[in-house]
Design a protein around this ligand. Structure first.
Ligand SMILES: COc1ccc(C(=O)NC2CCC2)cc1-c1cc(C(C)=O)n2cccnc12
Length: 121
C-alpha cells in the first residue's frame, strides 16, 4: 500500500477543524454526526437531494475540498436547512437544527473570527 504522507495542514484546514469541534459540541445527541439514512428517516433520499453531515464535512476538510470559509459555512447551513425541510417544526430534529444554525452562524461571524485572523495570516 502506498504510505499516505501526513499532508501538511493548511491554516484554513486548521481553522475549519477548530470550528468543526466547536459545532459538534453543540450537537450532543449526535443528530448531525453521520449521514441520515432512509432507514431512520423514511423517504429521506427522495426529499433531500444534497445531504450533508459533520462526518462528510470532516472528510472534505481532510481532502482539502474547501477553498474558503464561506464554502464551509454553506455546507453547515445546507446540513441545518435539510433538517428543517425534512422534519416538521415540532420535531426534536427541526428544533435542534434551528438552534444549531443560529449558534453556528454567530460563532463563525466576521467579528467572532477577527481575533483569529492575525493567527491565520
Ligand atoms: C444521524 O442521524 C441521527 C442519529 C441518531 C438519532 C437518534 O439518536 N434518535 C433518537 C432520539 C430519539 C430517537 C437521530 C438521527 C436523526 C437525524 C435526523 C436529521 C438530522 O434529520 N433525523 C431525522 C429523522 C430521524 N432521525 C434523525
Amino acid at each position: 500500500c502506498v504510505l499516505r504522507q501526513r499532508q501538511e495542514r493548511s491554516p484554513l484546514q486548521k481553522l475549519l477543524d477548530y470550528l468543526l469541534k466547536g459545532l459538534e459540541k453543540r450537537d450532543p445527541q449526535q443528530f448531525f454526526a453521520w449521514p441520515v439514512t432512509d432507514h431512520i428517516a423514511p423517504g429521506y433520499s427522495q426529499i433531500i437531494h444534497q445531504p450533508m453531515d459533520f462526518s462528510t464535512m470532516k472528510q472534505k476538510i481532510d481532502e482539502n475540498q474547501y477553498s474558503s470559509l464561506n464554502e464551509y459555512i454553506e455546507d453547515f447551513k445546507l446540513m441545518c436547512n435539510n433538517a428543517m425541510v425534512y422534519n416538521h417544526p415540532e420535531t426534536i430534529y427541526y428544533k435542534a437544527a434551528k438552534k444549531l444554525l443560529h449558534v453556528g452562524v454567530k460563532m463563525m461571524s466576521p467579528d467572532k473570527l477577527k481575533p483569529l485572523h492575525s493567527v491565520l495570516t
